[in-house]
Every structure is written in C-alpha cells, then in structure tokens.
Design a protein. Structure first.
Length: 514
C-alpha cells in the first residue's frame, strides 16, 4: 500500500478514536462516546463528514500540545431511517467538548448546509462551554452559530439533545432550536452554582439550578426528558418521523390500519355532566386520533395545556388542548407561551392545527397580572391569527371570555369550528354572570341560593350553549362526540389544499408580544 494512503488511513482512524480510558469513564457515568451516539442515530455508513481534519489554531496556553482532528466535534450529513439530515455531535473527551473558533465553524457550516439542502439539523450537545484559551475567537464562533440558528428558524427543523453539560453561551443555540431533549444527568445554565454562590450568595446544587427536571417542569426550556443517551436517540428518530424536512414540504404521511371513519361511543359520555368536574383531555386525544400516534410535547411544563403531534388517517397534525384536570384548564403565563410557540412552529412547517377547547378563562390574581399574563396571553392570539395552515377547533365544554377568542376561534381565522352538545360559550361562566345580571333580584330574594340555581339554568339554556353562537355562524356545526374523528378527517381532506383568501398587508414581519 502506498505510504500516502497508509498515512491517510492513520489520520482517518485518529478522527474516529476515543481513548479506552476516557470511553470507560463515560460509560461509568452512563454516557456513550460521540462515535457510539452517532452510530445509534445514523443509518450505517451514511455519515459524510464536514471538516473531518479541522484543527484549532495554536493560541498559547498550551493549546499547541492539545490538538485533535475535528476539534472536539464530529459534523456532517447522513440519514436517519432513510431521511436525510445534517448532524453535529460534540466530543466531551477532547477538552470537555469546549467550543473554540474551528469547533464553532463546523457547527455553523453544518446548519448553513442544512438550510441549503432543506434537511433537518440534529445537534448532540455535550460541552463545558466556550474555550477560555481562545478568548474572543470562541465568542465569535458562538455568534456564528446563533446567527445560523436564526437563519434556519422556520426553514428546517432544529432538534438538540443535551447529553451532558451545557453552560454559559452554549445554552443559547439549543434555546434557538425547535426542540430540546435532555437526559436526566444533563444540565443547562447561564452560570454554575459556584458563580451563583459568589455573586448573590445563593447556595444551590447543579440539579436544582439547571437539571433536566427543572427545565422540563419550571423553565420550559426542555421539551422532553429521557433517561439516557439511547433513549434520547430513539426519541429523535420518533420526532423526525413526524416532521417534514423543510418548510416547503408537508408532514410525512404514514399508512394506518386505523379507519379514519371509526366512531368511539365512549366519547359521548367522557365530558362530565357537572361542569365543575375535571377530566383528562388526553383521553379524548387518544380516542380521536390514530391509535397510539400522539406524541406529547412539553408534557411536564404548564400542564394546564396539552400540545403535541398526532396522525389522523395517516396525516400528521398538531394538537392543542386545554387540560381541565389541571387548574380547570385555565390559561396562564406559562401555558400561553407553550401554546403560542407550538402553534407558530406548526404553522411554519405546514401542520394542520386541531384545537380542543375547555377553558374557563385566563387565570386571575396579582401574580399573573404583575408578571404579564396580558402580554403572554396576547401571544396565543397573535400565533393563531398569524397562522395560515388549516385550523379546526372543537369546543368540548367551557369557552369563556377572552380565552374563548384566543383558543383558535372563528374570529382569529379558524376554518371550521365544531362544538359538542356540552359546550358552554359565553362572556363568563353562568355563576359569575347571574351575579351581575340578576344582582338586584338575588339581593332581595328570600332564598337567594335556590333562585341562583334557577338563574344559572336559565343562563345556560338561553346564552351559554353551542346553539346561540351557531346561530351567528361562529360555530359551524354541533356534533355528536363519537363523530369527532370522522368529521375531522373529512374536513382535513378538504382543507389540505387551503389557500389564504386574501393577501395580507405587505410588511417585513409582524411584531409579536414577546
């Protein structure tokens, strides 16, 4: 074999080698090496490297002695279950996966290439943050990545798995992506516990500050939490199966044996007769859409709302729902952010949006008001009004006040609004309404409690029912619950070719209430 080919093969093997000692350390921590992660994710022999032999520039501080091909990140093009993707995976065994100028260059170029080719971007993050030894060049590299993240937004899906540390400036690239998956042993924060302690005197652990559970349930930064690297890769594959490759494609169609015209009699009694009694809206979602097709997003965050992907007769759709089992399904700051972001993503990538409504209103109180529930609630209105994809709304029970308008109403551009016979559509609930309308009568009554019950029933019969808005054209049809799946499917087959009736005012872009 010619010596130059031998030299090439030697160099190539170095780009794919992780020392046994460092691999053993990772395995003891329950983590996989960067090569093992990529082998699990990508189809065999599908990786086409980007910058395989890239080296960082010597900048002093001993950096000339610590060079490695690839500069701590493997990047390139490949396929996942036959779907073309762009991918980068950070290698924690080289300088803690720290991001230097050339490391960042490879990631930025990968995202840029994905946009040119119209394919999803998958990032496997495992990095201690900016490479201090490279100073401002490292920061410049982060800026290059962030810029590409923004340019790719709404053009190709961006999925990032956090498989280890993610600190400092490193957190903002995942935050600009569409979906973040965190393993239970990973963490994300701007500054670590030691800096927090030194700066403001707060004593807090890594997990309490930026662990996966915190970001999944409190901050809303993480969309999914998984046990380990293998589960993260499996979830990426599942998520990719729902997503189109770019914003010019429709979501993938998947053949199903579940008849789109299937009726489910259980739906007829799933909403309790007592309007104050809760139920789990996910049971309705599971019965309406293709069997076991619902993939919930942000499941642990703002649980008073439910969002996720599903299939209806094999067609990919987005599902948005109020959750009466939590806070009676009322809208608050976090659920407003959760819904508006998801609706915006779904509109960007051509998913029909199906909304299930059971909402008593926006959550009252000084905390919500002082922290901007008005501004956050306006995000839902903006997202639905701005969306041009097919929009179908099903009102299950309560639809009161501004929350009724916000949740995909006809007034914000819904193509079809359906209601179950249990629907109550009004400015406010009957109990609150009669206190205003019949104030004098109740104050002078000998038995105000009995009279109030009479007025509540009168209000429901004359105002808070689906037939009044149906008579105004705000509800297109009142349906038997068991018919929901078939009705939605028939509507969907017509709306797939929807085009906006009138052009919108010319503008660079709107100004959402972020």
């Amino acid at each position: 074999m010619p010596s130059r080919i031998e030299d090439l093969l030697r160099r190539r093997s170095e780009t794919q080698r992780v020392s046994e000692e460092r691999a053993r350390t990772l395995h003891e921590q329950g983590k996989l090496t960067v090569i093992e992660r990529l082998n699990l994710l990508l189809d065999p022999d599908s990786l086409i490297p980007i910058g395989r032999y890239v080296l960082h520039r010597a900048t002093g501080f001993g950096m000339e002695l610590r060079k490695a091909y690839g500069d701590g990140v493997i990047a390139g093009l490949g396929s996942v279950n036959g779907r073309r993707v762009a991918v980068y995976a950070q290698d924690f065994t080289f300088m803690g996966g720290s991001v230097g100028e050339m490391h960042a260059y490879k990631i930025a170029r990968t995202i840029e290439t994905a946009v040119k080719l119209g394919i999803p971007v998958i990032g496997l993050n495992d990095s201690g943050g900016a490479r201090i030894q490279e100073g401002v060049d490292s920061l410049k590299g982060y800026g290059d990545i962030f810029y590409r993240n923004v340019m790719a937004s709404g053009v190709v899906p961006q999925i990032v798995a956090i498989l280890g540390p993610c600190a400092g400036g490193a957190v903002y690239s995942p935050a600009l992506a569409d979906f973040i998956i965190m393993t239970r042993k990973s963490y994300m924060f701007i500054t670590g516990p030691k800096v927090v302690k030194a700066s403001i005197g707060e004593d807090i652990s890594t997990e309490e500050l930026g662990g996966a559970e915190v970001h999944a349930s409190k901050s809303g930064v993480a969309h999914f939490v998984v046990e380990d690297d293998r589960e993260a890769v499996n979830l990426i594959k599942k998520l990719i199966s729902y997503l189109p490759s770019n914003n010019a494609e429709d979501p993938p169609f998947l053949e199903t044996k579940d008849s789109p015209y299937r009726e489910d009699p259980t739906l007829d009694s799933i909403v309790p007769e007592d309007p104050a009694k809760p139920y789990d809206v996910r049971e309705i979602i599971g019965r309406v859409f293709d069997y076991e097709s619902f993939l919930e997003v942000h499941a642990n965050f703002a649980q008073n709302a439910v969002v996720g992907f599903a299939r209806l007769g094999g067609h990919g759709v987005c599902v948005v729902a109020n959750q009466p089992a939590v806070m009676a399904g009322s809208l608050d700051i976090d659920s407003s952010d959760k819904i508006s972001r998801f609706v915006t993503f779904c509109d960007s990538f051509n998913f029909p949006i199906i909304t299930f409504v059971d909402v008593p209103g926006f959550l009252p109180g000084s905390f919500q008001e002082h922290h901007g529930v008005i501004r956050h609630g306006a995000k839902i209105i903006y997202a639905y009004a701005d969306a041009t994809v097919p929009k179908i709304t099903v009102i299950l029970r309560k639809a009161y006040g501004g929350a009724y308008i916000a949740m995909g109403s006809k007034h914000l551009g819904a193509d079809f609004v359906l209601a179950w016979p249990t629907a109550e559509i009004a400015v406010m609930g009957p109990e609150g309404a009669i206190e205003i309308i019949y104030k004098k009568e109740l104050e002078s009554a000998e038995n105000p409690e009995e009279l109030a019950k009479t007025f509540v029933e009168k209000y429901r019969n004359e105002i808070a029912n689906p037939y009044v808005p149906a008579s105004r054209g705000y509800v297109d049809d009142v349906i038997i619950p068991r018919e929901t799946r078939a009705y939605l499917y028939k509507l969907l087959t017509f709306l797939m070719d929807k085009r906006e009736k009138q052009p919108r005012p010319p503008r660079k872009h709107g100004v959402p209430p972020v």
